[in-house]
Ligand binder design. Sequence first.
Ligand code: 6PG
Length: 234
Amino acid sequence: MTAPVTPVVVPGPGELAEAAASWTAERITRAVAERRACYLALAGGDTPRGCYDRLAQPPYRDTLPWSSVFVYWSDERQVPLDDPASNYAMAKAALLDHVPIPPEQVFPLVGDPTPALRRIPADAGGRPRFDVIQLGLGEDGHTASLFPGSPALREAEALVAYVHDAPKPPPERVTLTLPVINAARAVLFTVLGASKREALARVLRRDPALPASLVQPVDGELQFIVDRAAFGNS
Ligand code: 6PG
């Protein structure tokens, strides 16, 4: 079992958005400085919206090297891209519509995302090596669209997996697989609210029964930014 993880604990949603935006901005800047590009996978769900809103405001909006950022998603719901349930639609409204990322550098997880993922420089094992992957946490310990007991958890070769019976609606989803997530240079979990307390505690203890515990970058950093309600000291 891997070593327990110590999270950054902040008072509430506002501070979490600020801390997540600052953490992400630092790594975008570093990736572009070192490799002239940043490959970023955005998380879905509600929790990351605050971070995206914050990145769309000064100073980040005006200072980050957005023209060198390539945007993907950690997972997507199989709904139209303009559907309110679409992770792409949420990030577009909160961030992409407000920063100068060239549209040809935005890759929603639709159709077969593999060719678009293969554009990302690979690690020694041939896997796309993201600079930053953002993830959330479900009350059942799922992350991206990797749910407890799902065959997608055992995917060792494919870059994405298709889910047809997700316990969280909508049931049809596509998700990055664990080998791709664990090939990243930096992975950030953001977690809000008391409803996540038990799952978070188990994931921080690296309980292997929960999919989010299986996120352990091979050669990269793992960070959790959580609020007091989720961490259990509110
Ligand atoms: C999704 C997400 C999912 C999400 C968690 C937490 O598409 O639903 O990718 O993994 O991150 O379910 O969701 P909330 O942030 O809305 O609590």
